[in-house]
Write a protein that binds this ligand. Structure first.
Ligand SMILES: [Zn+2]
Length: 107
């Protein structure tokens, strides 16, 4: 009897899982969109390209919880935060900002 499943998940494993989930979601999105394009009678190359662009656009627009670096508009301090989290406060100068897409808007 093996008992590998202790329920404990270490951080590197969670990070790897997150990456895998995102990759699977990304691939699924491409296949679904490409399939829809083919069903609509579009050539494979066209639907594949559209699907790829669509998927990349979704990823870039922050459909997934993505950690990116933000630069404070006031003092220029770069801090890591979760995309589309909402409000943000600079740890150095205390400037409150609002995260919209991949930019910080000074309040
Ligand atoms: Zn600042």
């Amino acid at each position: 009897m093996y008992s590998y499943h202790s329920g404990e998940i270490k951080n590197p494993g969670l990070e790897l899982m997150l990456v895998l989930v995102r990759l699977i979601g990304f691939a699924a999105l491409i296949f679904i969109t490409a399939g829809a394009g083919i069903a609509a009678g579009l050539p494979h190359v066209v639907s594949g390209t559209v699907a790829g662009l669509f998927a990349v656009g979704l990823l870039v627009s922050g459909s997934f919880l993505e950690v990116i670096s933000y630069k404070c508009p006031n003092c220029g301090t770069v801090t890591k935060s979760i995309k589309n989290y909402g409000s943000y406060q600079c740890p150095v100068c205390g400037t409150k900002s609002f995260i919209t897409r991949d930019e910080l808007t000074k309040l």
